[in-house]
Design a protein around this ligand. Structure first.
Ligand code: EPU
Length: 419
């Protein structure tokens, strides 16, 4: 199994280009199922989750052609199977995103229930209840969601929790439903907006994406089209925190600064100078140690849960003390034990971790537990004295493209080895 060996201590310096967003490309690939013809999806990041989604579509009979630039032509017209099997869903919860498109376009779907995962129980009741309210008949049998419908009917849906993939599933389903669907308490994440932009480019009638009320007028058909995926705001934030922690200076290119407002504010509060342009962000520390910050995660536009682990590590080496409160997932502090093994001074109370910054972390063998926790361990290793070996990095390959190459380009001493 692959491991990352990192010798920390030096500042991150230089330029890095950001890839397409994992959490935008996964719903967009699912949405290609809604069309009557092929789409060409560009700026696709080379990630294990993307490979899993392609395998899922491929098994349904969807034709996929990948160019060497990672542009994927996807032709759904030969589909002959409507199932997402447990063995794929188990490795990637976002497989649930094929449920809405399959039902809306083909009137049938069989999708394994994702079950729990490392960061919490993560139910999908809102996806299922919403589709039922639109006319689908759904039974849960043998661990599978088995769903059938005639043409879905538009209706008003009030989601009682803000859910990103729930909003996306129902939005996709609504595009081909009969009449108007109103999604209330919708997720406002930039990835929802990117999906809505792709759906609109295919001919969907959508208003209000990016607000908490999305209105969709169902249309009879959608036509495949070319579309380029939005840059990854979490990858962007991860590199920025790396520079902030190591007293570095970096220029992050091909990104989308306005999707990172809450994160950039916290980095400024931590003492970093931030300059932005249309598609770049520069972070300057002047070699200073960051100041500890308090963070509370919540749905967009508030501070993202997917940046929580990285800021926990920032506080671990910061001047002063900070508290990080996680309100989105109940069990997203698994990195804390590993960080303590590297010398971090932190304690968990309920859904808050209290952190007192230390002058230096020290390298240690550590184990990655989920995607963003793994990213935080790499950041800790980059700032630590001595060598750190990060094990189980298959988690990181799910969501970060060529992470060691990109950190290496910023001057980090990092290499991948195979056991
Ligand atoms: N929830 C319900 N019922 C539902 C759906 C969600 O109670 O039917 C609850 C969840 O248990 C959770 C909260 O709602 O407490 C929010 O979960 P959400 O549904 O928004 O999460 P998700 O859609 O499964 C996406 C991202 C996650 C990201 C969250 C929150 C994708 C593919 N995944 O997950 O990304 O953390 O939104 O922003 O878009 C990651 O990239 O590392 C990652 C975990």
């Amino acid at each position: 199994m692959d491991e990352l060996v990192i010798r920390g201590g030096g500042p991150l310096e230089g330029k890095v280009r950001i890839s397409g967003a994992k959490n935008a490309v996964l719903p967009i690939l699912s949405a290609t199922l809604l069309a009557d013809s092929a789409s060409l999806i560009r700026n696709v990041p080379h990630l294990n989750d993307v490979t899993t989604m392609m395998a899922l579509l491929g098994r349904m009979g969807v034709q996929l052609t990948v160019s060497d630039k990672m542009e994927i032509e996807i032709d759904p017209t030969m589909i002959n199977d409507y199932m997402a099997a447990y063995e794929l869903v188990r490795t990637m919860r976002a497989s649930i995103l094929v449920l809405g498109p399959l039902l809306a376009r083909y009137g049938r779907a069989e999708v394994s229930l994702p079950g729990g995962c490392a960061i919490g129980s993560r139910p999908v009741n809102i996806h299922i209840d919403g589709l039922r309210a639109m006319g689908a008949e759904i039974v849960i049998e043998g661990g599978y969601i088995r769903a059938r419908c005639g043409r879905l009917r538009g209706t008003r849906l009030v989601m009682d929790t803000v859910t990103v993939t729930g909003t996306e599933n129902l939005l996709m389903a609504a595009t081909l439903a009969k009449g108007e669907t109103i999604l209330e308490n919708a997720a406002r994440e930039p990835e929802v907006v990117d999906l809505a932009n792709y759906l609109s480019a295919m001919g969907a009638q959508i208003e209000g994406a990016g607000t908490d009320t999305i209105r969709v007028q169902g249309v009879d058909r959608l036509k495949g089209c070319p579309y380029s995926v939005v840059p990854d705001r979490i990858e962007t934030g991860t590199f920025l925190v790396g520079a902030a922690m190591t007293g570095g200076r970096i220029l992050v290119q091909d990104t989308c600064p306005h999707t990172l407002d809450a994160v950039l504010l916290k980095l400024q509060e931590a003492g970093c100078h931030i300059n932005t342009g249309e598609d770049w962000i520069e972070l300057i520390t002047n070699g200073n140690r960051p100041k500890a910050v308090n963070v509370r995660t919540a749905p967009y536009p508030a501070f993202p849960t997917d940046m929580q682990a990285q800021f926990t590590v920032l506080n671990a080496v910061a001047e002063g003390a900070g508290a990080i409160t996680e309100t989105v997932f109940e069990n997203r502090f698994m990195h804390v034990n590993e960080l303590q093994r590297m010398g971090a001074d932190m304690r968990i109370e309920g859904n808050t971790v209290f952190i007192k910054g230390v002058e230096k972390l020290t390298g240690a063998p550590v184990m990655a537990t989920d995607l963003r926790a793994s990213a935080s361990l790499i950041l800790a290793a980059l700032a630590a004295e001595g060598e750190t070996v990060v094990r189980r990095i298959y988690h990181i390959d799910r969501g970060y493209e060529r992470i060691e190459e990109k950190f290496h380009q910023l001057g980090a001493d990092i290499r991948r080895t195979t056991d």
